[in-house]
Every structure is written in structure tokens, then in C-alpha cells.
Ligand binder design. Structure first.
Ligand code: ADP
Ligand code: MG
Length: 270
């Protein structure tokens, strides 16, 4: 029987490694997408300016001598070619349509906890759940939300090296305060008075210093040193929340706690 348990453990461990590797790959891919689309925009704007300049010259030189007209057309062709290439990159890096369906937040939290279970045990960490009863389902991509939760849980675990507590709270909240994501305008993520589902993950760890609070979501920002942190967890997590038109906020006090607050739309988005 012991042998069988050992084998089971080995298999679970191998599975875990595989999932971890996949997570890292998807973080990397997402970061490349962000970089590529940033660069693409930077190149597209100057190209548009060049094209305008060529059009202007063409108009000024009317009737245009043949050899000059040929050169102007050559320039325009090449601008178009570059623009097509960039459009291709943008299409590639654009968030692919997510398949979303009704999911139960509690079960997504439990699955994510399972993935980091061994670290929780090793780290001497106690998990405290405060989950409101009768929560509605939310329309999300399960894999993505679990990836986001795992990223946040890993950060919490890594912030309490000597052991400590992680609180997980889930509750409904009517958004009655204007913030940077709640407002009255059409393009605000949430409208004032909207009912939302909140997931809080709070740890009793090292906290975040004032100077770092603005940098947390930058791709590749990490305080964990080489071979430890890649600095993509939070930027990927924020992207995932944006794909669901949800929000993420981090509240922390150095040396005391860090609380990550996720706000989900109820009913979800298309
Ligand atoms: P990584 O974990 O690879 O460093 P992340 O994007 O996940 O990258 O996090 C970026 C940085 O934010 C971390 O290096 C750390 O400084 C800080 N951070 C994130 N979560 C926490 C937390 N729960 N407690 C303290 N610091 C945190
Ligand atoms: Mg991380």
C-alpha cells in the first residue's frame, strides 16, 4: 500500500511540474504579446507620418515628373508592406477570443489552492476562508482565472517565508464609491451602484514598500532576484482581469500585510 501511495505521489508531483512549466510558458507568451504590441504601435505612428509626407509631396509636385512619381510610389508601397507586417504582429498578439462560461468561484479557488498545496504545507501557512454563502456564478474563462489566482497565491506564499496566514474572502459588494474603475462614464469598467463579486487574498507577509507600489504591474518588475522571480505574475494577472472587464487592486503595508482585491462583473461579459 505504501508503494502505491508513493507512486501516486510521484505522479502528482510530475503533473504539478508539467502544469508549472505550462504556467511559465503562458506568462512568457503573454509578455511577448505585450511587448510586440507596444513596439508595433510605436512603429505604426511614424509610418503614418511618413505616408502623409509622401502624399503631400505628390500633391505639391503635380504634374509629377515620371522618375519622381516612381520613387514616391516605391516609398508608398514599402510603407504599406511594413504596415501589413505590423498589422500581422498586432493580430497575433491581440487577446484571442476567450471561451467563457458560467463558473463557480469557490471551485476555482479550491482548484488553484490544490495547485500550490505543497508550497502551503512546506511554508507552514494556514489558509483561512471566509466565503459568503449563495454566491452567483460568474462568466469567465476558468483556466485564465485559475492562472490569475495561482499567481496571486504564489506571491502571497513567497511573501511569508517564516510561515503565516493567507485569508481568502469572497463576497458580493455594491460599488458605491467612485474610484479609478468605478464611475458614471460609459467607458468606466463599473458603473456606480453596480453589484460585483469581490475576491480578496490577503497575506501576513513582508508587504510592499511605498516606492514599489506603482511598479507592481509592470512586466518584468520583480524584487525576488535572479532565478527566483520573473516579474510577470502580476502583469499577466492584470491582463487576465482586463480580459474579463474586471479589476485588480493591491493594498499593502510594509512589514504587515498585502491584500489583493479582484473585482468581477456579475453576469460577466460576452
Ligand atoms: P514575481 O513574483 O516574479 O517577482 P510578480 O509580478 O508576481 O513577479 O510580482 C512583482 C513583485 O510584486 C514581486 O517581486 C514583489 O516585490 C511584489 N509582490 C507581489 N505580491 C506580493 C505580496 N503578496 N507580498 C509582497 N510583495 C508582493
Ligand atoms: Mg509572482
Amino acid at each position: 500500500e505504501r508503494k502505491q501511495k508513493e507512486d501516486e505521489l510521484k505522479m502528482a508531483y510530475a503533473e504539478l511540474h508539467k502544469i508549472q512549466a505550462e504556467l511559465i510558458e503562458s506568462e512568457k507568451l503573454a509578455a511577448i504579446g505585450i511587448l510586440a504590441s507596444g513596439v508595433a504601435h510605436e512603429i505604426r505612428n511614424p509610418l503614418a507620418v511618413i505616408l502623409q509626407g509622401v502624399n503631400f509631396l505628390e500633391n505639391r509636385l503635380k504634374p509629377c515628373p515620371k522618375n519622381i512619381s516612381e520613387i514616391l510610389n516605391l516609398i508608398k508601397d514599402n510603407i504599406r508592406r511594413s504596415d501589413n507586417t505590423i498589422q500581422g504582429i498586432l493580430n497575433f498578439s491581440r487577446k484571442t477570443e476567450l471561451s467563457k462560461q458560467k463558473e463557480d468561484i469557490k471551485s476555482m479557488i479550491e482548484s488553484s489552492l490544490l495547485l500550490v498545496q505543497h508550497k502551503i504545507k512546506l511554508g507552514n501557512i494556514e489558509i483561512s476562508r471566509q466565503l459568503q454563502a449563495d454566491l452567483p456564478e460568474i462568466i469567465v474563462n476558468r483556466q485564465k482565472i485559475e492562472q490569475a489566482l495561482v499567481n496571486i497565491l504564489l506571491n502571497a506564499i513567497e511573501a511569508i517565508p517564516g510561515g503565516g496566514k493567507i485569508f481568502i474572502r469572497v463576497y458580493l459588494k455594491k460599488l458605491e464609491e467612485i474610484t479609478n474603475v468605478v464611475g458614471r462614464r460609459k467607458d468606466d469598467l463599473f458603473v456606480l451602484g453596480e453589484q460585483s463579486l469581490i475576491v480578496e487574498i490577503e497575506d501576513t507577509g513582508a508587504g510592499i514598500s511605498k516606492e514599489n507600489t506603482d511598479k507592481l504591474f509592470l512586466p518584468f518588475f520583480t524584487t525576488k532576484g535572479p532565478n527566483k522571480g520573473v516579474g510577470l505574475g502580476l502583469s499577466v494577472t492584470r491582463n487576465i482581469m482586463l480580459m474579463h472587464r474586471g479589476a485588480i487592486e493591491i493594498i499593502s503595508q510594509e512589514g504587515k500585510f498585502t491584500k489583493v482585491v479582484l473585482t468581477f462583473k456579475i453576469g460577466g461579459v460576452e
